[in-house]
Design a protein around this ligand. Structure first.
Ligand SMILES: [Zn+2]
Length: 337
């Protein structure tokens, strides 16, 4: 089996990162730098047509903001979108946080509007591609990528190839079961990693404690906000202030993450686990160390000794930088340099 040619596009690309709350667009150069960049809110409730129109508008804006020599050299469009998606057809299937998007053809209409061949993949796969070429996973061939923010997403590179499965939807590591009787997950099942170790899960647990009147300390630690306004950041801050309920919720999130990593190491024996996402980034080693300790203590000896668990290198623009690698890897033969 040969390695996939993970490589940036040899020319500038238009990049689009569609998220449940924000849309980001950029012109990305072959060295991974951004020649121009813009973002806006995702008007999810306005429906797919409005969101697609906003995406096209942002892409046209970043293209016209680059020098003419760069703009005319743009050779493709790379799109990062919330999963599940079907990369082969550019279809967005059923993202849990965007209920209006059901089987929406996305890459084709956007690519047609900007006049470029388009490649689309799940946000976590695009992030993995960015980290492989420009970030923390450079040179690695056996990698797990996890992103911990509102949700918990994953991507798998095994033996130098992105694991996609026959339909392009493989790698949803946030939906590993970590507790048979655990809380409901956004996907409709229960007890999944995402239902413990994500911003959504932390907020849900805090609201339940507040609504039950079981956390007077948490309520006062968070000041005047109502349960409906609680964010994961508030819960983390309340833990820092010593609140026992917040500490219990955050510890449970870290423990579920650590346990999942033991299973992931036993199954995939990766050389590297790269952890991105705003929640993991803000927690730093406080989030990663329990996972490192659990893997060392509980996983099989050889993979446990081999694996390194590291923070992602690329920040919020990982989906834009990764879009260049997506285009370079999937479309580079479509347009000779
Ligand atoms: Zn789930």
């Amino acid at each position: 089996m040969t390695d996939e040619p993970f490589r940036p596009a040899p020319w500038p690309v238009l990049a689009l990162d569609l998220g449940a709350s924000r849309i980001r667009a950029a012109v990305v150069l072959p060295d991974g730098s951004l020649a121009s960049r813009a973002d806006g809110i995702t008007r999810g409730a306005a429906g797919p047509e409005a969101v697609i129109a906003d995406c096209i508008d942002l892409l046209n804006r970043v293209r016209s903001a680059t020098p003419a020599t760069t703009a005319t050299a743009i050779g493709g469009l790379g799109i990062s979108a919330p999963g599940p998606v079907v990369p082969a057809t550019g279809l967005i299937v059923e993202p849990p946080n965007m209920p209006a998007f059901r089987d929406v053809p996305f890459a084709e209409p956007v690519g047609r509007a900007v006049g470029l061949p388009a490649a689309l993949d799940r946000d976590t796969n695009v992030a993995m591609l960015g980290e492989l070429v420009f970030g923390a996973a450079r040179g690695a061939r056996h990698v797990i990528y996890l992103t911990v923010s509102t949700g918990l997403g994953g991507a798998i590179v095994a033996d130098g190839r992105l694991v996609t499965g026959p339909d392009g939807v493989a790698g949803e590591l946030g939906h590993l079961v970590v507790d048979l009787d655990g809380p409901p997950c956004g996907c409709g099942d229960r007890g999944h990693l995402e239902s413990f170790s994500s911003g959504t899960a932390i907020v849900r647990a805090a609201r339940e404690a507040l609504d039950a009147g079981a956390a007077p300390g948490l309520a006062s630690a968070m000041g005047a906000i109502t349960p409906a306004q609680v964010t994961a950041r508030d819960v983390a801050a309340a833990e820092d202030a010593g609140d026992p309920t917040a500490t219990r919720i955050m510890a449970s999130a870290r423990r579920a993450f650590a346990s999942a990593l033991v299973g992931i190491v036993n199954v995939f024996a990766p050389e590297l686990i790269v952890v991105g996402g705003s929640l993991a980034r803000s927690q730093g080693d406080r989030w990663l160390d329990p996972a490192r300790d659990a893997v060392r203590a509980r996983a099989f000896r050889i993979p446990a000794a081999r694996v390194r668990i590291v923070p992602a290198d690329l920040g919020d623009d990982v989906g834009l930088v990764g879009a260049s690698v997506l285009v370079g890897t999937r479309l580079a033969d479509a347009r000779p340099a």
